[in-house]
Design a protein around this ligand. Structure first.
Ligand code: NAD
Length: 341
């Protein structure tokens, strides 16, 4: 059996990444859509051969509970809408994939996790990197101590935003925050799989050069993280400059990915002179198939809801540090909390 997925929110990520990827997936397929824009209904129905019965809007969405063709609801809306639609999907008895960042507060992450638990449905994050080979390689280097004990990670996830100043990503109500919410989660994640640990503290700084454009969202944030082993990390995230990389230094050498978190192909090298190289496949295809295998075959959940919540706890601590003038904020994350299977 292939699982039927319904995409909620037909913006650029659904249109240009997820729907095309769903044409190649082995264990799931594009069965339905949920859109607030009536004109998109026919366009998507025609393009992807979606029956009218599998097309919903935000008002009648809850009726999806009666539709056996839909097994999974994939929420691809602005960040502040994730919680509402994930919870409605869970209440409709559907498995849930939630885009990153999971929500705009830890409290909302808890509400999503609890709703999925109560409904007995699976919950996965749209963290595509956990299904792609370069990130697996990083995890393996760390686990096998190929470069010794990890002492330092530098991670950058940023792009220069110059588009419509009214876009939802620059509107705190819809985004929950700026660069840190949007790209920062990738840098935070790089430090976690780059060390194999959860951080025990963060200290952060915010920089602003274009306040007229970034009216109420963060432009650039840098943060330092400490880990239980003594490893330290530095992250940079921005909507003002382009950067996409991770560098990991151990007692016996280093490795690097650049780019480290875009749609690929990623690229990497090591202090041994080796090039890290894998054949390119759609990350989104791999991610959705991994989630389907989790649901269908009980394979590990590579990016569970707890991972999204953990990252939001770190994001909140970073914002708290900035609000307190860069003060070090301690984090109390259990070892392994939020690590995927
Ligand atoms: P987008 O702006 O292209 O699309 C947003 C969609 O939400 C549109 O279809 C829009 O009509 C709909 N929408 C509903 N209510 C809205 C409102 N009040 N304001 C604005 N739009 C509204 O955004 P996107 O790039 O597709 O991002 C959607 C989600 O996917 C975000 O959470 C984003 O962080 C995530 N995303 C993840 C990745 C990834 O690599 N995992 C990549 C891109 C986006």
């Amino acid at each position: 059996k292939k699982l039927g997925i319904a995409l909620v929110g037909l913006g650029s990520y659904s249109t240009y990444q997820l729907a095309p990827a769903l044409q190649d997936t082995q264990h799931c397929y594009l069965a339905g859509v949920v859109t607030g824009t009536p004109q998109k209904e026919k366009v998507w129905a025609d393009k992807y051969n979606i029956p009218k019965a599998n097309i919903y809007n935000y008002q009648n969405f809850d009726e999806i509970a009666k539709n056996d063709a839909i097994d999974v609801v994939y929420v691809v809306l602005p960040n502040s809408m994730h919680a509402e639609f994930c919870i409605r999907a869970a209440k409709a008895g559907k498995h849930v994939i939630c885009e990153k960042p999971m929500a705009i507060s830890v409290k909302e992450c808890d509400a999503i996790i609890n709703a999925c638990k109560a409904a007995g449905v699976k919950l996965g994050m749209g963290y595509r990197l956990h299904s792609e080979p370069y990130t697996q390689q990083v995890k393996q280097f760390v686990k096998e101590k190929t470069f010794g004990d990890i002492k330092f990670v530098s991670a950058e996830a940023a792009y220069r935003s110059t588009g419509n100043p009214d876009q939802w990503r620059l509107n705190k109500k819809l985004s929950g925050g700026g660069a840190l919410m949007n790209m920062g989660v990738y840098a935070v994640q790089s430090t976690i799989y780059g060390t194999g640990e959860n951080p025990i503290s963060v200290s952060a700084q915010e920089f602003s050069t274009r306040p007229e454009y970034f009216k109420n969202t963060d432009e650039t944030i840098m943060a330092q993280l400490e880990f239980p082993s003594g490893a330290v990390a530095n992250i940079s995230t921005s909507h003002n400059f382009n950067a996409n990389s991770m560098y990991v230094s151990g007692t016996n050498g280093w490795f690097q990915l650049q780019p480290a978190n875009n749609y690929g192909p990623l690229s990497g090298k090591t202090s041994n002179g080796d090039i890290i190289e894998f054949p390119h496949e759609s990350q989104q295809k791999l991610q959705m198939d991994d989630f389907a295998k989790h649901v269908l075959m009980g394979e590990p959940n590579k990016a569970p809801g707890e991972m999204g919540k953990r990252d939001m706890m770190i994001v909140e601590a970073i914002y708290t540090s900035i609000a307190k003038g860069g003060q070090k904020i301690n984090l109390d994350l259990a070892p392994g909390f939020g690590f995927g299977g």
